[in-house]
Write a protein that binds this ligand. Structure first.
Ligand SMILES: NC(=O)c1ccc[n+]([C@@H]2O[C@H](COP(=O)([O-])OP(=O)(O)OC[C@H]3O[C@@H](n4cnc5c(N)ncnc54)[C@H](OP(=O)(O)O)[C@@H]3O)[C@@H](O)[C@H]2O)c1
Length: 261
């Protein structure tokens, strides 16, 4: 078990995260890798969970001893229970997500339509449940990565938008349970804007450009500035440090975090 202080230093400052333990799911690439890097950069010990051993070990080579790779299936309830028990993270970032099959509704099967329910929703369910039941230490923060699609829909992504809306709901339910039971655990969801900067986002952007019958560059120009993984990492560090935490949900664009009512 990592020594995760219940005394995180000055709350509301990123310095307060130094020496604490953070756990990030989906840390092998994309947003999760950037979030793990940003948390490591402010001195947190980061446990990174994903299935791709080579990518996780590559990140370990980059970040050094402050990063502990765990090759595991994030949707496995036993993994959630074991890792929360072993590490008692002060910051838990539930970021893992499947790439949806990018086809219109009638060209999905139930299996492809429900992919993000089986991975994204199921993993948030197990980890949030363990965070409440274990429970995490008072002062801990649980951040679940939802999507801007939860508000606007995503007609080429099967059940993706609904799954991400459910993650937002689950996080707010957990926030209410934490308050009700006086656990002192903060729960928040983050809804990033679609970006071509990750594997998942790039496939989405390509599909929507094709559907509109325009080339990728024209689509991206019309889309405006792209959110970068580094901006996501910075935003998650700010939330983990308690800089913004007065709402249960935040939109995230290149302009930063915007609280949702
Ligand atoms: N990119 C965007 O435009 C965008 C916008 C809004 C929200 N999001 C959300 O942001 C999160 C990160 O997305 P991304 O764009 O960074 O995607 P990405 O590059 O495809 O990365 C997804 C990560 O999730 C991990 N993962 C997937 N299934 C897993 C499983 N069953 N167990 C453990 N790890 C698993 C992958 O690792 P392994 O394959 O190694 O397991 C990978 O590290 C997702 O929840 C996504 O829905 C993305």
């Amino acid at each position: 078990m990592t020594d995760n202080a219940a005394d995180p230093g000055e709350p509301g400052t990123v310095e307060g995260l130094a020496g604490t333990t953070a756990l990030v799911t989906g840390a092998s690439r994309g947003f999760g890798r950037a979030i793990a890097t940003a948390l490591s950069g402010v001195g947190a010990h980061v446990v990174g969970v994903a299935r791709d051993q080579a990518r996780l070990h590559d990140l370990r080579d980059e970040l050094g001893d402050t990063f502990a790779p765990v090759v595991a299936e994030a949707t496995d309830p036993d993994v959630a229970a074991r890792l929360i028990g072993e590490h008692r993270p002060l910051t838990l970032v539930l970021n893992a997500g499947a790439t949806p099959l990018l086809r219109p509704l009638h060209h999905q099967t139930w299996e492809t339509f429900s992919r993000n329910w089986e991975v994204d929703v199921q993993h948030v369910f197990h980890w949030v449940r363990e965070a409440l039941l274990h429970p995490l230490l008072p002062g801990s923060t649980v951040i679940a990565v939802s999507s801007g699609a939860a508000i606007n829909g995503s007609p080429l992504s099967g059940g993706y938008a609904g799954a991400k809306a459910t993650i937002r709901f689950m996080t707010s339910y957990a926030a209410a349970e934490s308050k009700r039971e006086g656990l002192g655990i903060t729960f928040a969801s983050v809804l990033p804007k679609l970006t071509p900067a990750t594997q998942l986002g790039a496939s989405g952007v390509a599909a929507y450009a094709e559907r509109q019958g325009i080339d990728l560059d024209s689509f991206l120009t019309s889309f405006g500035p792209a959110l970068t993984p580094e901006q996501v990492g910075t935003a998650i560090v700010d939330l983990a440090a308690g800089r913004h935490l007065h709402q249960d949900a935040y939109l995230l664009s290149p302009a930063g975090l915007a609280p949702l009512g």
